[in-house]
Write a protein that binds this ligand. Structure first.
Ligand code: GTP
Ligand code: MG
Length: 200
């Protein structure tokens, strides 16, 4: 799929004000995992979503309109160690409300740093999505930082962990925002869902 147009639409802290007019794809994961960078990589815009080496950069729900047709949604990271407990629970409530209330959420991309072993917080989040019937995929980020054997090893660990809870593994993607690795596959996946929704 070609990205012809990508534009920032709105930042929200109130789930009630979120656009509801088009299909959306949300990007979620630990703070600093590379959500905003992946949105920029997919859209070929260096500065569409704000990125930072410091965790906790994205604090609101950000909608980006793609090809005048669907939204990419950049979410704040979870598990930001420096955030206070009350700030953390506010975020969690607000993200959970958004994910549960959105009528047009086609898929949640759960980003996982490929260098880390399966993390409890990510497993809990994916289990929660599964329990709530929220469709999600696993997206490994920063694959430029690992050798392919180390990557395969870590991905296998994640799959094993998932299979402890679920009979099936959701779609899995490997990405690097530095090299644009994985861009086509992820965009094609979105395109397939968009087409299925339009025909269905
Ligand atoms: P929050 O908004 O704080 O939750 O973070 P985020 O998940 O949006 O992460 P962001 O995209 O801001 O990236 C965090 C850091 O990781 C930045 O320093 C990026 O340059 C770096 N980064 C992101 N993706 C990649 C990647 O694919 N490869 C490499 N090497 N670095 C990456
Ligand atoms: Mg961000």
């Amino acid at each position: 799929m070609e990205i012809k147009q990508a534009e920032f639409v709105i930042s929200n802290s109130d789930p009630k004000k979120i656009p509801t007019d088009k299909v959306e794809y949300a990007f979620i994961g630990r703070s600093n995992v590379g959500k905003s960078s992946l949105i920029n990589m997919l859209t070929n815009h260096k500065k569409l979503a704000k990125t930072s080496a410091r965790p906790g950069k994205t604090q609101l729900i950000n909608h980006f309109l793609i090809n005048q047709d669907w939204y990419l949604v950049d979410l704040p990271g979870y598990g930001y160690a420096k955030a206070s407990k009350s700030a953390r629970s506010t975020w969690e409530r607000f993200i959970a409300d958004y994910l549960l209330d959105s009528k047009q959420l086609a898929n949640v991309f759960v980003l996982l740093d490929c260098r880390h072993e399966p993390q409890k917080i990510d497993m809990e989040f994916m289990n929660w999505c599964g329990e709530k019937g929220i469709p999600f995929s696993m997206v490994f980020t920063k694959v430029d930082k690992l050798s392919s054997s180390a990557l395969q090893k870590n991905v296998a660990k994640y799959k094993k962990e998932m299979l402890k809870q679920w009979a099936e593994i959701p779609p899995v993607f490997m990405t690097s925002s530095d090299s644009s690795f994985g861009r086509e596959k992820l965009l094609n996946y979105i395109d397939q869902i968009n087409k299925a929704l339009k025909n269905g």
